[in-house]
Design a protein around this ligand. Structure first.
Ligand code: ROI
Length: 162
């Protein structure tokens, strides 16, 4: 069955824009993709690290959650993923944010992703893709964080395909 999933992308090491472009290309092998605008975002966590580039991809896929997670982790490794410390800088992060309407909790996966509601760099790009997206009955667009977002648009939704 085709399921609509949302994947969070983040990078603050290396040529982040190129790394995210290549990630979108790989995600496109798993189904059909739409991308949010590309954002620059101050680090959540230790402040002595570079700003992040963030985006969200909407992926309609036939893959089940765990095989999808395997692919995301493979793509992170392919990008030469380096992660220097907890809450610290990384080459590429691919987070499975939402998978259809499923609630998943096991050793490998919590879906919807635990951090969605307090991360402007996730919520704002999600709204690019689906302005009326809801999570546990709440419209993301009504969250206070949407008004207080501290993000800079780097490029519009054509950034990954141009
Ligand atoms: N901060 C920002 N702004 N963007 C991220 O993608 C991001 N990813 C992380 C932590 C370290 C929590 N901080 C982040 O994993």
């Amino acid at each position: 069955m085709m399921v609509r999933s949302y994947i969070g992308l983040g990078s603050n090491l290396g040529d982040s824009e190129q790394i995210l472009r290549e990630a979108v290309e790989k995600l496109a092998t798993l189904g059909s993709v739409q991308v949010s605008s590309l954002y620059q975002s101050p680090p959540m966590g230790p402040q002595d690290q570079p700003h992040y580039l963030n985006a969200v991809v909407r992926l309609d896929t036939m893959l089940e959650p765990l095989p999808l997670l395997d692919q995301l982790q493979q793509f992170e490794q392919d990008a030469g993923r380096v992660r220097l410390r907890r809450w610290g800088e990384r080459t590429l992060d691919l987070d499975l944010l939402i998978y259809g309407h499923e609630q998943i909790q096991n050793e490998r996966l919590t879906v919807p992703h635990i951090g969605i509601l307090d991360r402007d760099f996730v919520i704002i790009p999600l709204l690019d893709l689906d302005a009326h997206l809801q999570l546990n009955g709440h419209s993301l667009k009504d969250l206070e964080l949407v008004q207080q977002a501290n993000l800079t648009v780097i490029a519009d939704q054509s950034w990954a395909t141009a």
